[in-house]
Design a protein. Structure first.
Length: 322
């Protein structure tokens, strides 16, 4: 039987109309191969890291995931069906980046597959949390996580309120991996808008967008945000180096962002997955420091790591913290 791709949901190759996880796989499944970092992180939060028997190359947080066998990269399309199947999983959780041929091999072997959304939107994260929580029979923990996320998202919404467009700073979001590549995707727009900013790439072609220096200068952003790779050390030095590089670009010296020193850098690991709540708080405080003087995003991040990951990690996830 050939497996077929679907955008999201749960299916079994022997019954494509069956979306009930309890009929598609052991409930809860005992052996999981997770091929997307968002799923891997959520499974760990729900106390099920011991059920993960394999992961994709990028599922490295929390750090204990590094002890699990890696089966390839979804980003670089190197997922190996053979390596997945050799781990004898009860179920495979994946995003949409598994090569078609490898995807079909997994499905043809009779392994149930859960396909989750991998967008960075808060709503998508909460939907993924509930879907995986039901699969793992961890609804109580899922509810606690969702309450935590929604509490801070609502705090931001309440304080941003009905800001008019003139009160929203113009924001340029530069991709972590390439100079003068920005994002006009839904996730970037949503995060910036939720935090009270206006994405200068809004309305451009969806997805990633390579822009010219002239385009950026012409749009004159009030704020520039960027990231360092999730594989980079979470240190002030790493974040500061990226910030200094942007501040030192002579072609941008006339923009509001550079003139006023409003350039902010975050660690890419907090942009996706449950830790995005800290990222949204950083954005909100960077955009509107006067509205969030009493909020310490780093403290919220620390609280989340302790409460949901059982971790006390040292590191810098954003700079400057304000």
């Amino acid at each position: 039987m050939t497996a077929h791709r679907i955008d999201e949901g749960i299916y079994h190759p022997k019954d494509l109309e069956d979306r009930e996880i309890s009929r598609a796989a052991p409930s809860p499944p005992g052996r999981i191969v997770s091929l997307t970092p968002i799923a891997s992180e959520l499974i760990c939060i729900f106390g099920c890291i011991d059920r993960i028997v394999g992961r994709d190359d990028h599922s490295t947080f929390p750090p204990a995931l590094g002890e699990k066998p890696a089966v390839g990269s979804g980003v670089y399309r190197t997922i190996s069906a053979k390596r997945v199947l050799d781990l004898d999983p009860d179920i495979v959780v994946t995003g949409r980046r598994v090569p078609q041929e490898e995807f079909e091999k997994i499905g043809s072997a009779g392994i149930p597959v859960v396909v989750i959304g991998t967008g960075c939107e808060l709503e998508a994260l909460i939907s993924n949390a509930w879907n995986l929580g039901r699969m793992l029979a961890t609804e109580k923990k899922t509810g606690e996580l969702v309450d935590f996320l929604e509490r801070y998202a609502n705090l931001i919404r309440d304080r941003i309120g009905s800001l008019n467009i003139e009160s929203r700073p113009l924001v340029y979001n530069e991709c972590a991996f390439r100079k003068y590549m920005t994002k006009a995707c839904t996730a970037a727009d949503e995060g910036i808008a939720l935090a009270g900013g206006a994405n200068i790439a809004h309305g451009e072609d969806l997805g990633r967008l390579a822009v010219s220096e002239e385009w950026l200068i012409g749009n004159n952003p009030d704020i520039i945000i960027s990231q360092v790779s999730s594989t980079s050390p979470a240190t002030v030095e790493m974040l500061l180096s990226k910030r200094d590089e942007i501040l030192s670009r002579p072609e941008l010296k006339g923009t509001n962002a550079i003139r006023n020193g409003r350039v902010y850098i975050s660690h890419l690991s907090i942009r996706r997955g449950p830790r995005m709540v800290g990222y949204l708080l950083y954005l909100a405080k960077w955009f509107h420091p006067e509205l969030f003087q009493d909020i310490d995003p780093a403290a919220v991040e620390k609280d989340m790591l302790q409460k949901f990951y059982g971790l006390n990690l040292e590191g810098a996830w954003a700079y400057p913290e304000v």
